[in-house]
Design a protein around this ligand. Sequence first.
Ligand code: COA
Length: 215
Amino acid sequence: MSSLSLGNGLVISHTEAHHAEALEALQRLVFPHLADQEILHADQYRHHLKVFPEGQFVALDGEKVVGGTTTMRYRFDGSHMPAHTFYDIMGGGWLSTHQPDGNWLYGLDVSVHPDYRKRGIARGFYRIRQELCRQLGLQGQIIVGMLNGYHRYRQELSVEEYFEQVKSGKLFDPTVSVQQRIGFQVVSLINNYLHDETCGNAGALLVLPAAKDIA
Ligand SMILES: CC(C)(COP(=O)(O)OP(=O)(O)OC[C@H]1O[C@@H](n2cnc3c(N)ncnc32)[C@H](O)[C@@H]1OP(=O)(O)O)[C@@H](O)C(=O)NCCC(=O)NCCS
């Protein structure tokens, strides 16, 4: 599948070099609290197309870039992931950590323009990535979701407690609960994953086996 029409005028397709500047601008809009070194820059987006072009996607409204996602291949046993940071796992943004023989697809980000949310773009990205996993014979997708709703509870809950309540469905997180709704299973909490106080600097490791269909 080289492109996916969402049926509402929006299309998901492979990233091209001329999308790079708009993708960097989108990163700044969607991740305003991330450290600058954790934001992907235009020159890095262009480099990703040399490293693993099949794994890079944009969402388009006509010519306008309204979403983006970056992936790489990674060796993983399906359950245990050594502690790591976002910066290190993406090779400082350059995807030097891409393992051409990796058996899982590591999704490094999904960004959707605020004016285009709840129109199926994230679901579309996860679907086209699932199709890529099948084409490449991969085991499935790994992601580390940002606990973006934690800041609302930080006075009353530790990030570990918040994570447990999101995992069990008692609390709704605007990122991790959406990923669960799409079909991802929560595996574990990764503390000090990135620099963003709003999510307690932590991320939730989630997996989606390739055999599972995304509606
Ligand atoms: C999280 C994010 C990627 C979701 O993107 P999106 O395109 O709006 O998601 P979709 O439209 O595909 O929604 C998927 C499902 O989640 C639901 N959903 C999405 N956002 C929701 C929210 N804030 N509250 C409740 N439900 C929500 C949708 O209704 C849909 O459910 P349904 O299919 O059962 O009806 C987007 O909000 C975003 O870019 N957030 C900031 C960046 C981020 O957190 N990225 C991911 C971590 S790297």
